[in-house]
Design a binder for this molecule. Structure first.
Ligand code: F6P
Length: 499
């Protein structure tokens, strides 16, 4: 049945975007939705009412409703690891026990934040947040997006094991004023623990008598953090059922909450909760994450698009493509179904992107005239984040809107070099203002869209076994215990280390 429904979708007529607009005078209105101060315009995509209906039939067939209820009520939706995926409980939706637990852990986080803010543990004005993947990308994105510049604390997020990432921070920071926050769900991640050790060594060298007294740990494995030497009172746990790339709502958000204020963090959760409620309650054809996933699946399966590009027309959202890469590619970059059978559909597209207007002068050539069809997503904010001449912000927004229009309209020319084929799709997400609430709603939208894509593909978005093999091989290479890898890799190692 499911494969018949996919065939129906694939066989539908494919009118051009221009034809779709000509056929429906209200298309801009009919294919846009608004929620939590964010306007989502899907009208410049190839979805029409009949295609949406065909996807709704597919959604029914794959039991999207039941799957959504299972997610939002804390059932064990992460089937390969036998546990729930409870990021929504952090925002108040889930099993009552988990919601209560998340609330209690947030209160504990708030108390520690107040203690630190009072100066009881030291006169800190600088924070080094160490973490990688989901333990870094969310905090980094939030800080860059929401900081105003007049905060008491300066926050640096360091993730890479490459010492050239950490060293400049240590050169600039003052050890006794530095709070070290170690963020790791497992508390076993090599990059994070090596960086943490180096920060402690630096503190000691700089004359700090008790470096561990300046450490806070954010983890779902508190025992491991205790073993590492961190005092229990400065360990902020979160639930094992909150996935790394879904964890910024948990204590992983601590550094941002400290740097920007707990109220900002609370607003972020409230914005996400508003999107959760919309996702739970809205019918599929009025449901923003669901419609976005219908678009994604249309381009992936019907038009065989292998990538999707995200351009933030706002410097403050410059890290959004990085964040989405982990969220979408680590969640849905799979080749088997939930039952472990080979997947016959294309899984997650490759997500890439950058910031406008810079990207226009670098990669947009391919978007307008290249042979690849790339669905584009534009993000922009109506309220400017700067106080310069309004010409800056007006120019930014007008460029954003013009790109979507140009991709769609194209321009015919007898000179093939100067011909723009057009009919290239885009979604525009327009935020009234960039503040914690709307950003929370935006990120929750992306989480739910990722979930719906996984449901339509019948894959499990909540495991990430694909990243394990490389870690194991790195251990084999560093062990020097006689176990050899392939000749090419061994030669590279020999050239670098001499053995
Ligand atoms: O290697 C992938 C991964 O496990 C991500 O899923 C996770 O966000 C990241 O590593 C960091 O893991 P941890 O928070 O346990 O240090």
């Amino acid at each position: 049945m499911t494969s018949d429904l996919w065939q129906t979708i694939k066989k539908r007529p494919q009118p051009t975007l221009n034809a779709l607009f000509e056929g429906d005078g209200d298309r801009a209105k009919n294919f846009s939705l608004e929620q939590a101060g964010i306007y989502f315009d899907f009208s410049k995509t190839h979805l029409d009412q009949a295609t949406v209906q065909a996807f709704r039939n597919l959604a029914d067939d794959v039991e999207l409703s039941a799957k959504t209820n299972a997610l939002l009520s804390g059932e064990a939706v992460n089937v390969s690891e036998g546990r729930a995926a409870e990021h929504c409980a952090e925002r108040g939706m889930g099993s009552p026990v988990s919601v209560e637990n998340a609330h209690a852990l947030h209160q504990r986080m708030k108390s520690l934040l107040e203690i630190i803010d009072s100066g009881a543990l030291g006169e800190f004005t600088q924070i080094i947040h160490l973490g990688i993947g989901g333990s870094a990308l969310g905090p980094k994105l939030l800080y860059r997006a929401l900081k105003l510049g007049d905060e008491k604390y300066e926050l640096e997020v360091v993730s890479n094991i490459d010492g050239t990432a950490l060293e400049p921070v240590l050169e600039r920071f003052v050890a006794e004023k530095t709070l070290l926050v170690i963020a790791s769900k497992t508390f076993t991640t090599a990059e994070t623990l090596l960086n943490a050790q180096s920060v402690l060594d630096w503190m000691r060298e700089q004359g700090v008598a008790d470096p561990l007294g300046q450490v806070v740990a954010l983890t779902a494995n508190p025992e491991q953090a205790v073993q590492w030497g961190i005092d229990e009172t400065r360990i902020l746990p979160f639930s094992e059922t909150v996935g790394g790339r879904y964890s910024l709502w948990s204590s992983i958000g601590f550094s941002v909450a400290l740097a920007l204020g707990y109220d900002v963090f609370a607003d972020l959760l409230a914005g996400a909760a508003a999107m959760d409620e919309h996702f739970r309650a809205a019918p599929w054809d009025q449901n923003i994450p669901v419609l976005a996933a219908f678009c994604d699946q249309y381009y992936a399966q019907v038009r065989a698009c292998e990538t999707r590009a995200v351009f933030a027309y706002d410097e403050r959202l410059g890290l959004l493509p990085d964040y989405l890469q982990q969220l979408e590619m680590e969640s849905n970059g799979k080749s088997v179904t939930r039952d472990g059978e080979p997947l016959s559909l294309h899984s997650s597209p490759i997500v890439w992107g950058g910031v406008g207007t810079d990207a226009q002068h670098a990669v947009f050539q391919l978007l307008h005239q290249g042979t690849h069809l790339v669905p584009v997503e534009f993000l922009a904010v109506i309220e400017p984040g700067d106080s310069l001449d309004p010409a800056h912000h007006n120019g930014l927004l007008l460029n954003c809107f013009a790109q979507g229009a140009a991709l769609m309209a194209g321009k015919k020319s007898d000179d093939s070099h100067r011909n723009y084929p057009g009919d290239r799709p885009s979604v525009t997400i327009l935020m009234e203002e960039l503040e914690a609430r709307s950003l929370g709603a935006l990120l929750a939208f992306y989480e739910h869209r990722t979930f719906v894509n996984a449901a339509l593909l019948n894959i499990n978005p909540f495991d990430q076994f694909g990243v394990e093999l490389g870690k194991q091989m790195a251990n084999t290479l560093s062990a020097n215990d006689g176990n050899r890898l392939d000749a090419s890799t061994e030669e590279l190692k020999k050239r670098a280390f001499g053995t």
